[in-house]
Design a binder for this molecule. Structure first.
Ligand code: MN3
Length: 247
């Protein structure tokens, strides 16, 4: 095989591999950086997972006054960037060879603390930032709205229960709306865990997540986590949430 043909075949293979991996990926397509993995000279076939920081869809100040520009900038350029850098360091140093995010988090209990915590941080923040948008949030529509009403009684009750999960999470963590094979559930996780972790008490496909680490709100809201949560509803992108539910 000529070098060009080989390279084309390889490229096609990488493309197929990535497509296959993305097909099993849940939530926001977040992580794959197969190009880098292959540049390292792997012939193994499946590109080892690398995490990637997705570009923000909006300016740092776009979610004002609900989320302030300074918090957004530090959150994205310092906290999130560090999770991505650190998990990729761990993946290289520890030769972690999982090829999808579901596989990675499904084996969370076997990962080092560095890989697990930073992997969660990298994924959760891609997921979180992608769920937000400027302007006034409308609320869920269509099938998602129907399921929320069927499961929780009303959208207002859902918001109350989700907000309660977020405010009662002790210390640092996340509140989640998940789909457990089509059934909606509210849950919360500590630290940078998420409902894809094999160690999660309640597992499922994340649809919506809320970061309640103090770094997410302290500059603007100080100790008033409940105010941050109440205002955060104004910037939820329900179209994104609905698309995740369809997958
Ligand atoms: Mn955070």
């Amino acid at each position: 095989m000529s070098e060009t043909m080989e390279s084309n075949t390889r490229r096609k293979f990488i493309k197929n591999t990535l497509t296959a991996s993305l097909a099993v990926a849940v939530g926001t397509p977040i992580l794959l950086d197969g190009g880098l993995a292959f540049a390292a000279g792997s012939d193994a076939g499946v590109a080892p997972l690398k995490f990637r920081q997705l570009p923000l869809k909006y300016a740092y100040g776009a979610l004002e006054p609900h989320i302030d520009a300074r918090t957004m900038e530090i959150h994205y350029t310092k906290h999130h960037a560090a999770y991505v850098k650190n998990v990729n360091e761990a993946i290289s140093a520890e030769n972690i060879s999982f090829s999808s995010e579901t596989e990675f988090f499904g084996n969370a209990s076997k990962l080092s603390a560095k890989a697990r915590n930073n992997g969660g941080g990298a994924w959760n923040h891609n997921f979180f930032f992608d769920s937000l948008k400027a302007g006034t949030a409308t609320g869920p529509e269509g099938h998602l709205e129907d399921e929320i009403v069927r499961t929780f009684g009303s959208f207002a009750t859902f918001k109350e229960q989700f907000s309660a999960a977020a405010s009662s999470r002790f210390g640092s963590g996340w509140a989640w709306l998940i789909s457990d094979q089509g059934t909606l559930k509210i849950t919360s996780t500590a630290n940078q865990d998420n409902p894809l972790f094999d160690t999660a008490e309640v597992k499922g496909t994340p649809l919506l997540g809320l970061d309640v680490w103090e770094h997410a709100y302290y500059l603007k809201y100080q100790n008033k986590r409940a105010d941050y949560i109440a205002n955060w509803w104004n910037v939820v992108d329900w179209d994104v949430v609905a698309k995740r539910f369809k997958k």
